[in-house]
Design a protein around this ligand. Structure first.
Ligand code: B12
Length: 221
């Protein structure tokens, strides 16, 4: 199992999507995150181990290298693509669809923010715990969040922000949704957030990861 975990982690760190992908040149022809994840699952490695021991830490390493200017945006994008190719294989394990739907969860990344890996993970895990998920995508304007709440009475609303600058868009969206729908449940997440920030802007809950998010929404369903 360690071998698969290490190889998946490296393929994400290096941005190696699959065997046909020419990037990075020194890994030409080698299997990437796509094949390695499929094989790992076929060999009995648990989906949750692949996610928590390989994929999430690998993106963390990419983030550190990016911060230290040892990696640049195009390389980070390749890592994001490799991560997404691995996530496609995990989805069926987290979204078996066997559970009766508990309610509707609407989620989006706030205006000005294009980061969607974390949001997609949260969507996948929440869907897997029995919720119908409506994913509004990235760069979601306040009006769109409000429309979605209006169209889905009783839903729980999730917002994601990965940039300190877009935490302001989140605040605006949360406050406006709240003023239109005072009892709307709002859950927020994203690396730069904190519980204090979430409560200050009027959200009901901050979850640092999908597990806490799932526990929270199941506890109020
Ligand atoms: C991948 C990445 C990109 C990719 C995004 C690809 C994609 N499709 O998402 C690309 C290359 C496009 C990109 C662009 C930029 N990025 Co960027 N990016 C990252 C990176 C390396 C990883 C983010 C990620 O996917 N992490 C993995 C996932 C699994 O973690 P996560 O997103 O935090 O999500 C978890 C939790 O936060 C939580 N969560 C997330 N959302 C939600 C929502 C809810 C409701 C809940 C409950 C939980 C939850 O659950 C998730 C799973 O555990 C981070 C570094 C980092 N360490 O975060 C920088 C980072 C976020 N980016 C950064 C920057 C500066 C940028 C750019 C401005 C760079 C530039 N000069 O152009 C642009 C901005 C583009 C834009 N307008 O959004 C900075 C932000 C700095 C800051 N403090 O604001 C970071 C922190 C890098 C750094 N250290 O400097 N980026």
């Amino acid at each position: 199992m360690d071998n698969f975990i290490d190889r998946i982690s490296i393929s994400i760190q290096r941005g190696k999507i699959d065997a046909n992908s020419p990037y990075p040149p020194d890994m030409k022809g080698e299997p990437g995150a796509d094949e390695l994840t499929r094989e790992a699952l076929q060999n009995g490695v648990a989906a949750n181990d692949i996610l928590t021991l390989a994929m999430i830490p690998a993106m963390g390493i990419v983030g550190e290298l990016f911060k230290d200017k040892k990696l640049f945006v195009p390389q980070v994008l390749m890592s994001a693509k490799a991560m997404n190719s691995a996530m496609l294989h995990l989805k069926p394990y987290f979204t078996s669809g066997e559970i009766k739907q508990r309610g509707t969860f609407v989620i989006g990344t706030v205006s000005g923010d294009l980061h969607d890996i974390g949001k997609n993970l949260v969507s996948m895990m929440i869907e897997g715990s029995g919720w119908r998920v409506i994913d509004l995508g990235v760069d979601v304007k306040t009006e769109r969040f409000i429309e979605a709440v209006q169209e889905n009475p009783g839903c729980i609303l999730g917002m994601s922000a990965l940039l300190t600058t877009t935490m302001e868009s989140m605040e605006k969206s949360v406050r406006q949704v709240r003023s239109n729908y005072p009892s709307q449940r709002i859950l927020v997440g994203g690396a730069p957030l904190s519980k204090e920030f979430a409560f200050r802007i009027g959200a009901d809950m901050y979850a640092p990861n999908p597990q806490v998010a799932v526990e929270y929404i199941n506890s109020i369903a």
